[in-house]
Design a protein around this ligand. Structure first.
Ligand SMILES: NC(=O)N[C@@H](CC(=O)O)C(=O)O
Ligand SMILES: [Zn+2]
Ligand SMILES: [Zn+2]
Length: 462
């Protein structure tokens, strides 16, 4: 297959040839056999598929919220070609048996995937770490959906086990001892943000960074929601992710969102959101990941203390970032780095995240000016609502996973191919692995450690 005249994230116009599952050539002009399938990408942008390192696809146990089939179709329609599932299912993924059960279910995925393993009082590190885990996590330092919060003693056990097994630990960092019980009298949607204050996240991230260095283990901060937490992670050389909702929404949106806007960590004040955005724009944040956490609107319609926490996002994240790029708020290169190049480098996926010869042909083709309104009714997740209803976004025309067009918007009655994704941690014997990987084009930029010229402000979210 030949994709002609595509504009790459760095602005170069290139022909891209796909052979089997891999990108075979990226040249100014390629000519091939007359019968080669061609896609004319003139005026279109071609990006590496998103690697969404944080989704909750809910199987086993909560298939009324999402399944591997609906979740992975939603991912494909949004341009995510690899997703990483989290362990707070029922049963939770905490040992070999529950890992294997989840792996059987994940075989339905039409995109590639990773499976995390979790930590609970009943986890079995020996058998769990024997399985092809993507990472150990998200490890919950405070309760969230699934009530998997653990104490520091068990967190230390987990860090020691991960160090021994050479596995990265991804952490939900909030300190419940910092929660503001005074907010429990309130019944408005903003009460959740007052209850789980910024300080609870900042303190937890600082503690996690100290422990990461004590145990000499790779730690990644999930869903960082405050500029202070991002800075603390950066100073400690610990990687972090930001979700689209913490990037684009704040407490000022809660009047509209109501209890649907309840999530962990909660939305912060607009001033803090702006400082988070600044850090995403300037490369201090390693990756964007969605924390796609679907719950039905019926469940979310409960009162603020009873509604489950979490919002969906896997299908809207790249379209929203492409809209930010269309408006000139982010460069296409930054979008590529946050969604593909950086997660591939961070989580050691050497064949993914770039458009270069030898890499997996995981690609997204978009018309960068074709913006339209997000409508929950148009999305493919089981979740029947979105916090971004009515927002403008640039949706993919086609999504390709390892050479197969898994989503083609033009084929309206059945846009999805019958395709099976792979666990990215399970090695495959492939003669193409001999192909030289060209690391020079499309260098990623940013991540922890770049300079912070952003002014501090004194607003408090408590
Ligand atoms: N983020 C959330 O508010 N909810 C997530 C769990 C989590 O990531 O904490 C969920 O699984 O529903
Ligand atoms: Zn979490
Ligand atoms: Zn999560």
């Amino acid at each position: 297959m030949l994709i002609r005249n595509a504009t790459l994230p760095d602005g170069r116009s290139r022909d891209v040839r796909i052979e089997g599952e891999r990108i075979a050539a990226v040249e100014e002009e390629l000519s091939g056999p007359d019968d080669e399938r061609e896609i004319d990408a003139t005026g279109k942008r071609l990006l590496p598929g998103m690697i969404d390192a944080h989704v909750h696809f809910r199987q086993p146990g909560y298939s009324h919220k999402e399944t591997w089939t609906t979740g992975s179709k939603s991912a494909a329609a949004g341009g995510a070609t690899t997703v990483v599932d989290q362990p707070n299912t029922d049963p939770p993924t905490v040992d070999a048996e529950t890992f294997d059960e989840k792996a059987d279910l994940a075989a339905d995925s039409i995109v590639d995937f990773g499976l995390n393993g979790g930590v609970s009082p009943r986890w079995d590190p020996d058998s769990l770490l024997d399985r092809p885990l993507f990472a150990l996590g998200e490890v919950f330092l405070a309760d969230s959906t699934g009530d998997m919060g653990i104490d520091e003693r068990r967190f230390r056990d987990a860090l020691a086990a991960a160090a021994e097994a050479d596995v990265t630990v991804t952490v939900h960092a909030e300190d419940a001892s910092r929660f503001n019980l005074g907010a429990r009298d309130r019944t408005d949607a903003d009460a959740w943000s007052a209850y789980r204050p910024a300080r609870a996240e900042i303190d937890a991230v600082e503690r996690v960074c100290a422990l990461a260095s004590e145990y000499d283990v790779d730690v990644h901060i999930a869903h960082a929601s405050t500029p202070e937490a991002i800075d603390a992670a950066g100073e400690a050389g610990v990687s972090c992710e930001v979700t689209p909702h913490h990037l684009l929404l704040s407490r000022s949106n809660l009047d509209d969102l109501g209890t649907h806007g309840r999530m962990n960590p909660p939305l912060r004040r607009e001033k803090r959101r702006e400082r988070v955005y600044e850090r995403v724009r300037n490369g201090q944040v390693d990756i964007v990941a969605t924390d796609h956490a679907p719950h039905t609107s019926e469940e979310k319609d409960a009162g603020i203390w009873d509604a489950p926490s979490g919002v969906p996002g896997v299908e809207t994240v790249l379209p929203l970032l492409l809209e930010e790029a269309r408006r000139g708020h982010l460069t296409y290169e930054r979008v590529r780095d946050l969604t593909a190049a950086n997660p591939a480098a961070l989580f050691d996926l050497p064949k993914k995240g770039r458009i270069a010869p030898g890499y997996d042909a995981d690609l997204v083709l978009v018309d960068p000016e074709a913006t339209r309104e997000i409508r929950a009714a148009d999305l493919h997740t089981k979740c029947d609502w979105t916090p971004f209803e009515g927002w403008q976004a640039v949706f993919p025309e086609r999504t390709i996973v390892r050479g197969t067009v898994v989503y083609d918007r033009a084929t309206e009655d059945e846009p999805f191919a019958d395709h099976r994704g792979r666990n990215v941690r399970v090695p495959v014997a492939d003669p193409a692995d001999e192909t030289q990987v060209d690391a020079s084009p499309e260098q990623p930029s940013g991540g922890s450690g770049t300079d912070d010229a952003v002014a501090e402000s004194n607003d408090e979210d408590a």
